[in-house]
Design a protein around this ligand. Structure first.
Ligand code: F6R
Ligand code: MG
Ligand code: MG
Length: 371
């Protein structure tokens, strides 16, 4: 079948339960009810999930990325859930819906979006990743490892369909610019950018000539929406999502998951103001209660069958990730011992986008010149 399929993940925090810990199951039921109405119409299939306080909508359809109908459906679903969140007085009801009315595309309105359009292969494994209490740059490290690091992905060395490497689309999310970089040959320069993960963010990954797949169909996509950029004030966090295709010339499923065996440090824990380890967890453990965290990542795996989502399989529900979780717990203890000190607390430049400037403002008058 040659027709292209689009997989869209659109997510928003429309109310926490309690505080910023979790999504209330009633909101998930509302989301399922709304999306069910469009199954067989605008949607081929859907799956509703959550990571911490973020409501995650996975939708498959044939309308391509940035489609007005699909984005409106997600927006109206979040609105319906917000209505109930307000009745239940959930925490921060509707917090990620930054606009009063939908205007054609959900981007820039608060929710996060990751979309991939591609020709479905004979067998099409995909992984949906959801992170809570962190920012889009948290995906730089694992996505680089999957598609760029032969110590993670042996396929880059021994699978002729993968040895030509991948092209990374990197966004400067402050300047709203992007650059395409070819790996392996531009790997060092690319790391110079993506190592600075609060500014340079991997948006998409494409196959290159010499592989098995069309070079214009992305194989990975990450949501890059920054809430403070949209709202002009600190309104919550930009907990990101990603979609990754696997196997047959792409990283194997196990190579897609392997980067998460190391709980790397990410920004966004407690008040969006702290660095902490990202813990890979089973979906039932995606509940952020320790110091509103620590940051978490969930991975749901599906096989696509003409757009139908066969799954999910809860991929981090595996003792193989127990050591990563144990390390994350130790790293969380170690970081927490710093209390309000950097590098647990974010560097000042990143704190600009939190509530700190208001505290500093109140001290302005008290500063006097030093002789
Ligand atoms: C929200 C988050 C939380 C809140 C914290 C304070 O995603 O990371 O850590 O920032 O609970 O929330 P407020 O200011 O709403 O009391
Ligand atoms: Mg929240
Ligand atoms: Mg969240």
């Amino acid at each position: 079948m040659d027709e292209k399929i689009t997989v869209s993940i659109i997510k928003a925090d429309v109310g926490g339960w309690p505080g910023h810990a979790l999504v209330n199951p009633e909101l998930m039921s509302i989301a399922r009810k709304e999306l069910e109405k469009q199954k067989g119409k605008a949607l081929i299939d859907y799956y509703v999930s959550n990571c911490g306080d973020d409501l995650e909508l996975i939708m498959t359809h044939r309308k391509g990325p940035d489609d007005e109908d699909i984005h409106r459906l997600a927006w109206e679903t979040f609105e319906a859930a917000t209505e109930r969140a307000k009745e239940l007085k959930l925490y921060g009801a509707g917090q990620d819906l930054l606009s009063d009315a939908f205007s054609g595309n959900i981007k820039g309105m608060g929710p996060g979006v990751a979309e991939l359009e591609f020709t479905e292969r004979k067998a099409e494994p995909i992984v949906a990743f959801f992170m809570d209490k962190t920012e889009p740059g948290a995906f730089n490290f694992p996505v680089y490892k999957m598609f760029g690091d032969p110590f993670n992905t042996i396929g880059l060395v021994i699978d002729p369909a993968a040895t030509s490497g991948f092209t990374f689309e990197v966004w400067d999310i402050y300047e709203h610019k992007r650059v395409f970089m070819n790996c392996p040959e531009e790997m060092y320069a690319m790391l110079a950018l993506i190592g600075a993960k609060s500014r340079y963010v991997i948006k998409r990954v494409f196959p290159r000539e010499g592989g098995k797949l069309p070079t214009d169909e992305a194989v990975a996509a990450v949501s890059t929406e920054k809430l403070f950029e949209i709202a002009g004030d600190y309104v919550g966090k930009d907990d990101p999502v990603a979609l990754v295709r696997a196997q047959s010339g792409l990283p194997a499923l196990g190579e897609v998951l392997e980067p998460f065996s190391f709980p790397h440090l990410v920004s966004g824990w407690m008040r969006g103001s702290h660095n902490g380890p990202i813990m890979p967890v089973a979906q039932c453990q995606a509940k952020c209660t320790r110091f509103d965290g620590p940051p978490r990542v969930v991975a749901l795996g599906f096989q696509l069958a003409n757009g139908k989502l066969v799954g999910p399989v809860d991929l981090f529900d595996d003792p193989g990730f127990d050591n990563a979780r144990a390390q994350a717990k130790d790293a969380a203890d170690y970081m927490r011992r710093h209390g309000p000190f950097e590098p647990h607390r974010l560097p000042l430049a990143d704190m600009e986008y939190t509530t700190l400037p208001k505290v500093l403002d109140s001290l302005k008058e008290r500063f006097t010149p030093v002789e």
